[in-house]
Design a protein around this ligand. Structure first.
Ligand code: GUN
Ligand code: FE
Length: 431
């Protein structure tokens, strides 16, 4: 099983049990099939290798499963250090007690380098191939994170956080102009770096932490640069009530971003959570093509609630999954898949009997094609898609071999069995 692909080699073939989502409901399964990478992109999946590809280098992964790379649409790199702790509070107290004091420490570049190096290494070894990441308010530390991520070979968006109100005294930007200047200095540092796979994303933390003036200035930057946006939306009832007080003229929480040009349309946007969106906000999300990052473990840990993902999927909303570390403790998108399915069952049982739970195929779709599409043609093995692939094998051999889809389901549900034999991102072997 010697790997013959070399870094940067763009034409090759992988052999194994190949699974990907055709639609949210339908999986394509090819046992002992051939996955062809041509010109750095997916060419297709074949039961028998077509003649024209028989001279390409081939890596035979035997009985291993090959799936598309997973996309984490929402996580906080500086919170990685305290993941798995601080689960005794809900959002607003959690931010003040645990999050802001930790994020403040990234002002110290040595600390940032140490912690971000751990984060980048773990993300590299995780099932995540692409991610949209929050950093902190510090431009220099955010660049340290981007430098480290660039070296991993993963494709990421990284945002220096903007916040000019309701932080702590020592963890905030002190005015909208100061915050806007800091954002511009971050973007100019990014331009000087010439990254190949690490991109900036505008990151107003959330409306309670951003004055109208700051949102408007970020909106101006968005218009001038076309850089995408990420933020938080309708995560927690107290947060939403606070937004209503702070912005009495907005028609909903989403409108506070929309007024500034930061809510979809020509502005590519990811909003995390959407647990409690009212109908007019859901309509705005759909009309504007906003992506929703569903973060079920975070929503459970800090008791935010359960997002109605069945409804969102049926409405055709762009939905993907987020680990939301450190609201979520686990970096693993496999865990996010099982949590998304799990909370959808509670939603059906406890809240609305008309909203069927997610199936395994739907959970898998969210983690692959659903979130991947924010990055373009990503998350499936169809012609022209980015060549992102994970090669998976159980640590202690197979329990369930047949049908293959049950084998994948079991793999996803059993972290103690999970082994990633190889990871490819944009046709490049990461390990
Ligand atoms: N809302 C504003 N900031 C945050 C954060 O860091 N995590 C989560 N889960 N929600 C937020
Ligand atoms: Fe978050």
């Amino acid at each position: 099983m010697k790997d013959q692909t070399k870094e940067g080699q763009k034409n090759f073939v992988l052999r194994g049990n190949i699974i990907y989502s055709k639609t949210p409901q339908e999986l394509s399964v090819t046992e002992h099939g051939f996955l062809v990478c041509s010109g750095g992109k997916v060419k297709g999946v074949y039961e028998t290798l077509p003649k024209e590809y028989r001279t390409l280098p081939l890596t035979d992964y035997g009985d291993a499963m090959i799936i598309p790379g997973l996309t984490d649409l929402h996580l906080h790199a500086p919170q990685y250090s305290y993941r798995g702790t601080g689960m005794d509070l809900t959002l607003l107290d959690w931010l003040n007690t645990y999050t802001f004091p930790e994020e403040e420490r990234y002002q110290d570049e040595a600390y940032a380098r140490l912690q971000y190096a751990r984060f980048a290494e773990d993300l590299k070894m995780s099932p995540t191939c692409r991610a949209a990441i929050f950093a902190t308010i510090h431009p220099q530390a955010s660049i340290i994170l981007m430098d480290l991520l660039e070296k991993t070979g993963l494709v990421t968006f990284v945002g220096k956080v903007s916040m000019d109100r309701n932080g702590s005294k020592t963890y905030t930007e002190h005015s909208a102009p100061e915050a806007a200047a800091s954002l511009l200095s971050f973007l100019s540092l990014v331009r000087s770096r010439n990254y190949q796979r690490t991109f900036p994303i505008l990151t107003p933390r959330f409306t309670p932490a951003c004055s109208d003036d700051l949102l408007m200035s970020i909106g101006q930057v968005q218009k001038q640069t076309g850089i995408p946006v990420q933020s938080h939306l309708s995560e927690n009832p107290e947060e939403i009530a606070w937004v209503r007080e702070l912005c009495p003229n907005a028609s909903c929480y989403g409108d506070t971003y929309q007024r500034a040009g930061l809510f979809g349309g020509t502005c590519r946007t990811i909003m995390a959570h959407g647990v409690w969106c009212p109908d007019n906000e859901i309509e705005m999300i759909l009309e504007n093509g906003v992506y929703l990052a569903h973060c079920p473990q975070s929503n459970t840990n800090i008791a935010s609630g359960i997002a109605p993902i069945r409804k969102y999927l049926d409405l055709g909303m762009h939905v993907g999954l987020g680990s939301d570390v450190a609201g979520g403790a686990s970096l693993s998108l496999f865990r996010a898949i099982t949590d998304a399915i799990g909370v959808s069952k509670l939603y059906w049982r406890l809240i609305d009997h008309d909203e069927r739970p997610l199936t395994f195929a739907e959970g898998f779709y969210l983690a692959t094609r659903g979130g991947g599409s924010f990055f373009g043609d990503v998350g499936a093995f169809e012609e022209g898609f980015a060549f992102d692939a994970l090669v998976l094998s159980e640590k202690s051999g197979l329990y369930r071999q047949e049908p293959l889809i049950n084998r994948l389901e079991q793999f996803v549900y059993l972290p103690e069995q999970q082994q990633i034999l190889a990871k490819y991102v944009a046709a490049r072997r990461i390990f």
